[in-house]
Design a protein around this ligand. Structure first.
Ligand code: C2E
Ligand code: MG
Ligand code: MG
Length: 753
C-alpha cells in the first residue's frame, strides 16, 4: 500500500497494472436517469433533472491550471501538462525525457537539488520552494514548486510529482516593492528622515531603517514604545509621550522639535511630525516622520553664537553686551540699585600690533581677555567691543565701590607683563566707570559715559581709572572737534615749531635746543601739545605731523648754522612718538632730511620716552639701532616717569638721559630727592651717557645740579620754548653771556669736546 501522505495517481507509472483508472468523482452513481455509457458516469444537470453522462477518465493532469510534472528518480520528465509546458516555454512533447534540472535557471539548481535530497530522506515530506526556470528564449520565470514523492504499492519511491504555480508576476511585484522600499530607505537616509507607524493597540512602533539609525537602535521591524522613549532626551520625553497620546486619542497632529538622549553637547536634535489616520483595517493609527536636524540646529546655534560673540576671544560682543545692560536696567530701574559699566581700553595696543604683527596682537588680546575673565565676578558680563576695547557689566554690590574694586583687580591682573611669542609685553589699561544712576538711562548712555570716563583716564596719563562725571560729555565733544580741526592744522599752516635752548650746566653756553610743536588754532588760540599730541598719537596723525616737525627742525638748524647763530656742534632734538617709531619708513625719512638740509647726523638728537622700551617693541628698537648706526643720538625723555629701573638704563640703546622735571622739583625739597637725582646722575655717567636736567626753573637747582655732575640743563631758568627768530636771539645772548667755568669741575660728559 502507498503511504497515506504519498499520492497514488498512477495512470501509467511503473507500478500500474494497466486496468484501474480510479473514479475521481463519486457520490452521484445511481441518481441518474439513464444508463451510463461505458467509461462514463451519470450526473444530474443544473436543474437536478437531466442526466449527464460524464466520462470517468477526465484528464485532470492535462486540464490543471497549475503546471504539473512527473519525473522519474533520475530526474527525467515522464509526464508534463500543458500549463507546465507553457510555464517553461516548451512543448509537452519536447519536454518528455528532459532532465528536470536542465530547465532550471543555473542559479537555482543547488536549491532544487537540496530540496530533492530532503524529499528522498523523508518520503513523507512535501517540499515547497520558489525557483526560476530558464526559457529557451532566455527569459526567466518564477515558479512556486510543491514536490512530493510517488510510491508504488509496496512503498518504493518511483518518481516525483511536482506542481508548479507561475509566480513571476508576484515576484516581479515583490521585487518592485523591495526596490521601492530600498529606494525609500536610501532617500530617507539621504534626507535624515525616518518614518514610523504606531500600532494603536500595543503602542508599538514600526520604524523605518532610517528611524532606527537616527535613534541609534539596531534595524528592526518593530520597537516597543518604551524603547523609543528611552532614546529621547529625558527633558523632552514627557512632551513627546503626551503629543503621541493626544494624536492617537484625539487626532491632534504632532509637531515637536526635541532632543535624543546624550549629554547637552552630544544630544542629537530631531523634528518629529505625526498625524493619525485610518488604516486599511479600519483602525486608527499614528503615522509620523522624524527628521534629524542636528546639523541644522548646530549651525543655527553657531550662527547665534557668532552673532552675539566675539570670534577672537569668545566673549560677548557689543550687541549682546548692550542687550544684557538693557535687560538689567529694566530689572533694576530702581534708584537704590545702580549697576556699573567699566569701559577698558588697552594703552599702546596699536604699537604692539604694528611692531609684533597682527597675529601677536590677536594672541595678546586673547590673553588679556583671559586675565579680565579671571577677575570678572561670577554672573557678570565681560565683552569685547572691538579692537582693544573691553567692557564689563557689574550687576551686584554697592556701586561705585564694587566697580572701583574690580578696576583695582584689573590693574593688579595687568601688573605682570604678557608673554607674546616669547616677548615680554607689559600692558596697561585705561578704565572708565559709569553707573546707571543718575546719569545713564539706557545701555547706550551707560556705555557712552563709561567710554568718556575712559578717555579722561587716557588724557590723564593712561594706566588709570576714572569715574564718569558731569560735563564729561562736553569735554568729549570738544575733543572730537579738536581731532577734526587737527587734521586741517598742517594744511592750514597753523603749526609752528618752537625751540627751547639747552645749556651746559657749568658754562651755561647753549649746546642744543629741543624742538617743541605749537598749534595756533584759529578760534582757540594757542593749543598746548599736551592737549593735542596724545590725540594725534591715537589717530595716527602724529606720523605726518612728526615728519613735518623733523624736517622743519632740520631746516631751522641749517639756517642757524649758516647764519652763524650756532656752532658746528650745536644740535636740535626732535620728539619721536612710539607710533612714529613703528613706521617702517622712519629711518629713510630721517636720512633724507639730513641729506636735504646738509646736516651731519651728530647734530640731530631724537627723544623717545620709556614707553618705547616697555612694549616688547622689537621693530622700534631695531629702527633706533639703525638710526644710531647712521650717527644720530637717542635721548631718553622724561626719565623717572616710567618703569625703567636704573639697572635697565644700561641695556637701552640711548646716548642721553633727560631727567624728568618731577625729579628736579624734589631736588631741593629733601635729602632723599637730592640722593635720588644723585644716583640717576651717577648711573648715567657710569654708563657713559650724557645727562640733561629738564624743567629747571631756579638758579639754586641749576647750581646743585652742576655740583652733582649734571651735564646739561633745560628749563625756564634759561629760556622758555620760543619761536625760531626769538630763539636765535636768546641763543646769541646765552653764547655771549656764557662764562668759562671758574673753580668748578668741568663736566665729564659734555657734548662739546
Ligand atoms: P617734553 O618732550 O618733555 O618737552 C618738555 C616740556 O616741558 C615742554 O612742554 C616744555 O615747554 C616744558 N618745559 C621745559 N622747561 C620747563 C620748565 O622749566 N618748567 C615747566 N613747567 N615746563 C618746562 P611742551 O612744549 O608743552 O610739550 C609737552 C610735551 O609734548 C613734550 O614733552 C613732548 O612730549 C610733547 N611734544 C611737544 N612737541 C612734540 C613734537 O613735535 N612731537 C612729539 N611727538 N611730541 C611733542
Ligand atoms: Mg622731549
Ligand atoms: Mg621731557
Amino acid at each position: 500500500m502507498a503511504k497515506p501522505g504519498a499520492l497514488s495517481l498512477q495512470p501509467s507509472g511503473p507500478c500500474s497494472n494497466g486496468s484501474t483508472t480510479r473514479r475521481l468523482l463519486t457520490g452521484y452513481e445511481g441518481d441518474g436517469a439513464g444508463p451510463a455509457a461505458p467509461g462514463a458516469e451519470l450526473w444530474p444537470d443544473s436543474h437536478g433533472r437531466a442526466v449527464v453522462a460524464v466520462p470517468n477518465d477526465i484528464d485532470v493532469f492535462g486540464l490543471a491550471a497549475l503546471g504539473m510534472v512527473i519525473a522519474d528518480l533520475t530526474g527525467r520528465l515522464r509526464r508534463v501538462n500543458h500549463e507546465f509546458a507553457r510555464l517553461v516555454g516548451r512543448s509537452e512533447l519536447e519536454l518528455l525525457g528532459m532532465l528536470f534540472n536542465s530547465l532550471t535557471s543555473p542559479v537555482d539548481i543547488d536549491l532544487g537539488n537540496r530540496a530533492m535530497a530532503r524529499l528522498l530522506e523523508n518520503t513523507d515530506e512535501t517540499v515547497s520552494f520558489d525557483k526560476r526556470y530558464l526559457r529557451p528564449d532566455g527569459s526567466v520565470v518564477w515558479a512556486e514548486l510543491n514536490i512530493r514523492s510517488l510510491t508504488c504499492a509496496n512503498g518504493d519511491v518511483y518518481g516525483f510529482l511536482a506542481q508548479a504555480v507561475d509566480i513571476t508576476d508576484r515576484r516581479r511585484a515583490e521585487t518592485a516593492t523591495r526596490i521601492e522600499r530600498q529606494r525609500l530607505d536610501e532617500v530617507q537616509h539621504m534626507a535624515g528622515l525616518g518614518s514610523f507607524e504606531q500600532d494603536p493597540v500595543s503602542g508599538a512602533i514600526f520604524p523605518s531603517g532610517e528611524l532606527c539609525r537616527i535613534l541609534g537602535l539596531p534595524t528592526s521591524k518593530t520597537v516597543a514604545l518604551s524603547t523609543l522613549m528611552g532614546r529621547v532626551h529625558h527633558e523632552d520625553r514627557a512632551a513627546l509621550g503626551r503629543a503621541l497620546r493626544e494624536c492617537l486619542d484625539g487626532g491632534a497632529p504632532v509637531d515637536l522639535v526635541h532632543r535624543l538622549s546624550g549629554t547637552d553637547r552630544t544630544a542629537r536634535w530631531v523634528h518629529t511630525r505625526a498625524c493619525s489616520m485610518v488604516g486599511e483595517d479600519g483602525q486608527g493609527k499614528v503615522l509620523g516622520t522624524t527628521l534629524d536636524i542636528t546639523s541644522r540646529k548646530r549651525a543655527e546655534d553657531a550662527l547665534e553664537f557668532h552673532t552675539f560673540h566675539d570670534s577672537l576671544t569668545g566673549l560677548a560682543n557689543r550687541a549682546l553686551f548692550l542687550s544684557e545692560v538693557d535687560k538689567v536696567l529694566l530689572e533694576t530701574g530702581r534708584p537704590a540699585e545702580p549697576v556699573a559699566v567699566l569701559f577698558l581700553d588697552l594703552d599702546e595696543f596699536k604699537t604692539v600690533n604694528d611692531s609684533l604683527g597682527h597675529t601677536a596682537g590677536d594672541r595678546l588680546l586673547r590673553a588679556v581677555a583671559g586675565r579680565l575673565q579671571s577677575v570678572t565676578p561670577a554672573g557678570d558680563v565681560l565683552a569685547r567691543l572691538g579692537g582693544d576695547e573691553f567692557a564689563l557689566l557689574l550687576r551686584s554690590g554697592s556701586m561705585p565701590q564694587v566697580a572701583q574694586q574690580v578696576a583695582g583687580l584689573i590693574e593688579d591682573a595687568f601688573s605682570l607683563p604678557f608673554n607674546v611669542n616669547g616677548n615680554e609685553v607689559p600692558v596697561s589699561a585705561s578704565i572708565g566707570i559709569a553707573t546707571s544712576h543718575p546719569l545713564a538711562r539706557t545701555s547706550e548712555d551707560l556705555l557712552r559715559d563709561a567710554d568718556l570716563a575712559m578717555y579722561l583716564a587716557k588724557q590723564n596719563g593712561k594706566a588709570r581709572t576714572e569715574m564718569v562725571r558731569p560735563g564729561l560729555q562736553d569735554q568729549a565733544l570738544k575733543r572730537l572737534a579738536l581731532i577734526s580741526d587737527l587734521h586741517q592744522a598742517l594744511a592750514n599752516g597753523e603749526l609752528e615749531v618752537f625751540y627751547q635752548p639747552i645749556v651746559g650746566a657749568h658754562d651755561r653756553a647753549p649746546v642744543g635746543a629741543e624742538s617743541l610743536v605749537r598749534w595756533y588754532h584759529r578760534r582757540r588760540g594757542l593749543v598746548s601739545p599736551v592737549d593735542f599730541v596724545n590725540v594725534a598719537e591715537s589717530t595716527g596723525y602724529i606720523v605726518p605731523l612728526g615728519h613735518w616737525v623733523l624736517r622743519e627742525a632740520c631746516r631751522q638748524l641749517q639756517a642757524w648754522r649758516q647764519a652763524g647763530t650756532v656752532d658746528d656742534q650745536f644740535y636740535v632734538s626732535v620728539n619721536l612718538s612710539p607710533r612714529q617709531l613703528a613706521e617702517p619708513g622712519l629711518v629713510d625719512d630721517v636720512g633724507r632730511a639730513l641729506i636735504d638740509f646738509e646736516l651731519p647726523a651728530r647734530c640731530l638728537v631724537l627723544e623717545v620716552t620709556e614707553s618705547t622700551f616697555t612694549l616688547g617693541f622689537d621693530a622700534g628698537l631695531a629702527r633706533l639701532q639703525e638710526l644710531k648706526l647712521i650717527g644720530l643720538r637717542i635721548a631718553l625723555d622724561d626719565y623717572g616717569t616710567g618703569y625703567s629701573s636704573l639697572n635697565r638704563l644700561g641695556r637701552l640703546p640711548i646716548d642721553i638721559v633727560k631727567i624728568d622735571k618731577s625729579f628736579i622739583d624734589r631736588l631741593l625739597v629733601s635729602p632723599e630727592g637730592r640722593a635720588l637725582v644723585q644716583s640717576v646722575l651717577d648711573v648715567t655717567h657710569a654708563l657713559g651717557k650724557i645727562s640733561i636736567a629738564e624743567g629747571v626753573e631756579q638758579a639754586e637747582q641749576c647750581d646743585t645740579l652742576a655740583d652733582l655732575g649734571c651735564d646739561h640743563i633745560q628749563g625756564y631758568l634759561f629760556a622758555r620754548p620760543m619761536p625760531a627768530d626769538e630763539a636765535a636771539r636768546v641763543l646769541a645772548q646765552l653764547t655771549a653771556c656764557s662764562a668759562p667755568p671758574t673753580g668748578v669741575r668741568p663736566p665729564e660728559n659734555a657734548m662739546r669736546h
